[in-house]
Ligand binder design. Structure first.
Ligand SMILES: Cc1cc2nc3c(=O)[nH]c(=O)nc-3n(C[C@H](O)[C@H](O)[C@H](O)COP(=O)(O)OP(=O)(O)OC[C@H]3O[C@@H](n4cnc5c(N)ncnc54)[C@H](O)[C@@H]3O)c2cc1C
Length: 465
C-alpha cells in the first residue's frame, strides 16, 4: 500500500480529568455517571452529537439482560433502573415493575437521549460530543492522554484512568494493548445489522400479521430478500405507531471502514426494497413510509481487550459465579452467523439448517473444526439463574490504567455473545466507573483495588452484585 509521512506536530491538551471515558453507549454513559458521582473529575468523549451508542444511533431495542434467565427476577438495577424510571416519567418506557415480566425494556430512543443528557450533567460529567478518538499517547506503559479529532482540530485529553467504551476497543488498539477478535479459529465476528422504523400503515390483526410473515418468508425463500427473519412489523420500541424491525444482516468487521461502508449501503437498499414491495403488494402498507433508518449499522462484535480472565460460553451456560463479580448477565450464547447467512439461518450454533453444509460449522465450545449440532436450549444459563461478570474482564493485561466497558470487555467469541446486550453493558459500565473512582480515591492501581469494597459501593448504589 502507498504511504505518506505525517509530520510530527504539537497539539494542545484541551482538557484534563481523573477519568476519561471514550464512547457514550451503554458501557460508556453508565461508567461516566458512576465515576463522576463518586467524585472523580470525568470527561466523556463521543463521536456523535448525542449519547446512547447503539441504543440511540442503532435504534436497538429492547434493553435485554435485566432479569435472570427466562424469569422475572431482576439481576440488574442501579443506573439501568434509574434510566428506565426517568424515561417512564417522560412516557418513554414502561414502569420498572412492568418491565420485569417482559423479555426486555422497550423504550423511546429520544427519551433516552434527553435522560442521558440530564443524568450526565447532574453528575458533573464534562461532555465532548462530535469528537472522535484517534490515538493514544503513552508515558511508559500507561496512557497519558487520548488524541482526539473534532472541528476544532487535533487535540489531546489527558487523564489518570481511561475507560474504553468504544465497543471496538479503539483505545486499547491505539495504545497497543493486546486485543482479540472473533472466533478462535478464523477471527470472524458476528454479523452486523440495523433497525428501521416503518410508519403510515393500517392496523393489522394477529391473523393478518401471521399471513404477512408467511408471505415475506416465501419471498425470502425465493431470494427476493436477504433478511434473517420476517418480522417487519415487530415493535421493539416503546411507542407502537411505528414498527421497529431487526431483520437485516451483513457479515463484516466494524473496525474496517470499507466493511462499514458496504454494510450501510446494503441495509438501506434492502429495507427500501422491502418498503417498495409492501407498498405494492400489501394494501395496508400502501401509504407506508420509512420513518427512519438507524444513523449507523450496528456491529455486534469486533475487538475485545485481553484481561486476566476471559468470559467464556461455558461460563454463560453454567451460570458461573466469581468472587470478583461486579455485574450480572443472563443473555444466552446468541451468535449471529459470522458468514452473514440469512433466512432460514438465524444462529450459527443452534437450529441452523445450513449447519452441515457450512465449511465453518464447528463444535462451538471445543473450537474444533467438527460438525456438532447444539440445540438452542443448551445455550442459555439455567432458568432463573445468571452468570457473573468478573472484575478481571474489565482490566487490560497490557496497560495498567485502562479499563474496558460494554461489549469490548475481555471475553471469547462465545462469552461476548451473551454479555454484549445493553442491560449487561450498563451494569458493566457502572462497575467500571465506580472502580476507576475507587482506585483514584485510594491511590491504588486498577488491578490492586479491593474488589469487596467495589462490590459494597455498587450495592450501596442500588446495583445487584
Ligand atoms: C442488530 C443488533 C441488534 C441488537 N439487539 C439487541 C437487543 O435487542 N437488545 C440488547 O440489549 N442489545 C442488542 N444488541 C447489542 C447491543 O446493542 C450492543 O452490544 C451494545 O449497545 C454495546 O454497548 P457499548 O456501549 O459497548 O457499545 P455501543 O453501543 O456500540 O456504543 C459505543 C459508543 O462509542 C462511540 N464510539 C465508538 N468509537 C468511537 C471513537 N473512536 N471515538 C468516539 N466515539 C466512539 C460510538 O459512537 C457509540 O456511542 C444488538 C446489536 C445489534 C448490532
Amino acid at each position: 500500500m502507498r504511504t505518506i509521512s505525517e509530520p510530527a506536530r504539537e497539539i494542545p491538551v484541551v482538557a484534563e480529568a481523573d477519568v476519561v471515558v471514550c464512547g457514550g453507549g451503554p458501557g460508556g454513559f453508565s461508567a461516566a455517571i458512576a465515576a463522576a458521582r463518586h467524585g472523580a473529575k470525568t470527561i466523556l468523549i463521543e463521536r456523535y452529537g448525542f449519547l446512547g451508542g447503539l441504543a440511540t444511533a442503532g435504534l436497538v431495542a429492547p434493553i435485554l439482560g435485566h432479569t435472570a434467565s427466562r424469569s422475572s427476577t431482576p439481576i440488574v438495577e442501579g443506573i439501568l433502573r434509574e434510566i428506565t424510571e426517568r424515561m417512564h416519567a417522560l412516557n418513554g418506557a414502561p414502569a420498572w415493575e412492568d418491565t420485569l415480566s417482559r423479555w426486555g425494556i422497550e423504550f423511546d430512543a429520544e427519551a433516552l437521549k434527553i435522560v442521558l443528557d440530564e443524568m450526565t450533567q447532574e453528575a458533573g460529567v464534562q461532555l465532548m460530543l462530535h469528537t472522535y478518538l484517534a490515538d493514544a499517547a503513552l508515558a511508559g506503559e500507561e496512557i497519558a492522554a487520548v488524541i482526539v479529532e473534532n472541528k476544532s482540530g487535533r487535540q489531546a485529553v489527558a487523564g489518570r484512568v481511561f475507560i474504553d467504551a468504544t465497543g471496538d476497543a479503539d483505545i486499547a488498539a491505539r495504545a497497543g494493548a493486546p486485543t482479540t477478535k472473533g472466533r478462535a479459529f478464523d477471527g470472524r465476528v458476528e454479523s452486523m445489522g440495523s433497525f428501521f422504523h416503518l410508519a403510515g400503515f393500517q392496523p393489522l390483526s394477529d391473523e393478518r400479521k401471521r399471513e404477512l410473515r408467511q408471505q415475506i418468508e416465501r419471498e425470502m425463500e425465493d431470494g427476493r430478500f436477504h433478511f434473517y427473519n420476517a418480522g417487519f412489523f415487530n415493535t421493539c420500541a416503546y411507542h407502537k405507531d411505528h414498527t421497529s424491525a431487526n431483520m437485516t444482516r451483513v457479515a463484516g468487521d466494524s473496525t474496517q471502514a470499507a466493511d462499514m461502508t458496504r454494510a450501510e449501503l446494503s441495509v438501506r437498499r434492502e429495507v427500501w426494497e422491502l418498503l417498495r414491495y409492501l407498498r405494492a403488494h400489501v394494501p395496508e402498507f400502501q401509504d407506508a413510509y420509512m420513518q427512519q433508518t438507524s444513523p449507523q449499522v450496528g456491529p455486534r462484535e469486533s475487538r475485545q481487550i485481553v484481561g486476566p480472565y476471559r468470559l467464556t460460553g461455558e461460563d454463560i451456560v453454567a451460570g458461573r459465579k466469581f468472587d470478583d463479580a461486579v455485574a450480572r448477565g443472563s443473555w444466552w450464547v446468541d451468535i449471529h452467523c459470522p458468514l452473514g447467512h440469512t433466512y432460514p439461518v438465524h444462529l450459527c450454533v443452534a437450529s441452523c439448517p445450513k449447519g452441515e453444509e457450512c465449511p465453518f460449522w464447528v463444535a462451538e465450545f471445543s473450537g474444533k473444526r467438527e460438525p456438532m449440532r447444539r440445540d438452542r436450549e443448551s445455550l442459555y444459563p439455567p432458568q432463573g439463574d445468571w452468570y457473573d461478570i468478573p472484575y478481571r474482564c474489565l482490566l487490560s493485561v497490557g496497560v495498567p490504567n485502562l479499563l474496558a466497558s460494554g461489549r469490548c470487555i475481555s471475553a471469547t467469541h462465545e462469552g461476548m455473545a451473551g454479555a454484549r446486550v445493553m442491560g449487561t453493558c450498563i451494569a458493566i459500565g457502572q462497575a467500571a466507573g465506580t472502580a476507576a473512582a475507587l482506585a483514584l480515591a485510594e491511590n491504588l492501581p486498577l488491578a490492586g483495588i479491593h474488589v469487596q469494597k467495589l462490590q459494597q459501593m455498587l450495592r450501596e448504589d442500588g446495583q445487584l452484585v
